[in-house]
Design a protein around this ligand. Structure first.
Ligand SMILES: Cc1cc2nc3c(=O)[nH]c(=O)nc-3n(C[C@H](O)[C@H](O)[C@H](O)COP(=O)(O)OP(=O)(O)OC[C@H]3O[C@@H](n4cnc5c(N)ncnc54)[C@H](O)[C@@H]3O)c2cc1C
Length: 382
């Protein structure tokens, strides 16, 4: 039998690519390898599951066996790839070598871990996959108080979801406003107001420096001297594309694994997409770009190469306490923000010097304007 197309990773990038590939090629053997349990799920649901009372099983859309059948593929679960040998077109799983016709890296991004001290420092949860969600959910069963680290998009979504799910939430982050990389201050204040109306308490400025066991749960010691009593801590301070194995194999790396518009990495027959990939200079950790890449890469792998195109890609942030849609200005552009509205309803627009719209942040009632504005946004990869 001929060597298979091998996809490493069964997240949204890996499974969607496999689906798109099978639409175009029903013959070539296909092998998916994943370090996790291989269950198919939609990662964005991890930050809306508490309010919907969903456990990990409830968020699972298909077991790996069903996926293998649907995709006419082999799916190897709980199998960690440990090395790539591009010269011989094979990869390593420990001592075992697996040959490939083409290799696709869809192995995502890993959570950044913050260094903290204290006896309870290992009691820090991260939720970047279904298994992590399941562990965290079990840990807070019957508990009341959760501390979230990080005021980025994911930290804010968890704050909203856990509050709606009945937990008391404190959020700690070393910044002056929510989502500082994404939002102008007025829009951030609107989201903060919405989350505070749910009862979320913000501690912006300090970091968590020490976590200790207390008689009744945990004690979080912040760098400004505050002590917060809680039952569990969830860290959402950011993600870093997985690049180590690719770098060790000699592939070109920047923030992510560098690929061109056809998703080709710097060595022949190796491709990347999803959170681990930097596509023509853009490493976007969202679903829309990976879906566009999956369609383009399926064509390349089935013999009709076509470059990926990104239109505008606004992101709907799942903070229903204050609806938020944001489309950050494309990299390298120079623009200035104008702010309209007040309170929960902010329309923040970023224009270039010629008056062309580069990006926006809409909160509250202003989100209704997204369709009109989307038509004016520039494409991210024309
Ligand atoms: C809580 C949360 C909410 C989000 N909400 C949104 C949203 O609303 N909208 C949006 O657009 N985006 C959202 N995102 C981002 C989006 O979900 C991700 O961009 C996307 O799911 C990434 O998919 P992926 O397949 O690239 O990576 P992953 O889903 O991380 O998959 C990586 C796969 O690689 C495997 N793997 C890793 N290393 C190895 C190895 N060495 N060997 C074998 N297998 C390996 C893993 O086991 C896994 O199967 C959210 C992210 C999070 C965490």
């Amino acid at each position: 039998m001929s060597d298979p197309v091998v996809i490493i990773g069964t997240g949204l990038a890996g499974y969607n690519l496999a689906r798109e590939f099978r639409k175009l090629d029903s013959e070539t053997p296909l092998l998916l390898i994943t370090a996790d349990d291989g269950r198919s799920y939609s990662k964005p649901m991890l930050s809306t599951g508490f309010a919907k009372s969903k456990d990990a099983d409830g968020l699972c859309m298909a077991e790996p066996g069903a996926m293998a059948e649907q995709l006419d593929a082999q799916v190897w679960t709980h199998t960690r790839v440990t090395g790539i040998d591009p010269g011989h077109k094979r990869l390593w799983i420990g001592e075992e070598a697996v040959s490939y016709r083409d290799l696709v890296l869809a192995w995502g991004a890993e959570v950044i871990r913050v260094p903290i001290e204290g006896e309870a420092r290992d009691e820090l949860f991260t939720v970047n996959d279904l298994e992590g969600y399941g562990r965290f959910r079990l840990a807070v069963q019957g508990k009341r108080r959760v501390l979230i680290l990080g005021a980025g998009l994911i930290g804010c979504e968890f704050a909203n979801d856990l509050s709606l799910g009945g937990l008391e939430v404190d959020l700690v982050a070393p910044c002056e406003q929510l989502m500082p990389a994404l939002l102008p201050a007025e829009a951030a204040a609107a989201v903060r107001g919405g989350l505070e109306s749910l009862g979320v308490r913000f501690h912006l400025g300090p970091v968590l420096s020490r976590l200790e066991y207390a008689e009744d749960g945990l004690e979080a010691h912040l760098s400004d001297g505050q002590v917060i009593a809680c039952d569990a801590v969830i860290s959402a301070v950011g993600l870093r594309p997985r690049t180590d194995l690719a770098a060790a194999a000699g592939l070109a790396i920047n923030r992510g694994i560098m690929v061109d518009r056809e998703l080709r990495a710097s060595h022949a027959n190796i491709y990347a997409l999803g959170d681990c990939a930097e596509v023509d200079g853009l490493n976007l950790l969202y679903v829309m770009p990976l879906m566009a890449c999956a369609r383009a890469l399926a064509k390349t792998l089935s013999g009709t190469p076509g470059g990926v195109v990104y239109g505008a890609m606004p992101v709907t942030v799942k903070t229903p306490a204050c609806p938020l849609i944001v489309s950050p200005p494309p990299r390298g552009t120079q623009g200035s923000w104008t702010i309209e509205g007040s309170g929960a309803d902010i329309k923040a627009l970023c224009h270039d010097p010629s008056g062309a719209l580069l990006g926006y942040a809409l909160t509250g009632a202003a989100v209704q304007e997204k369709l009109v504005l989307n038509r004016q946004l520039p494409p991210l990869l024309p």
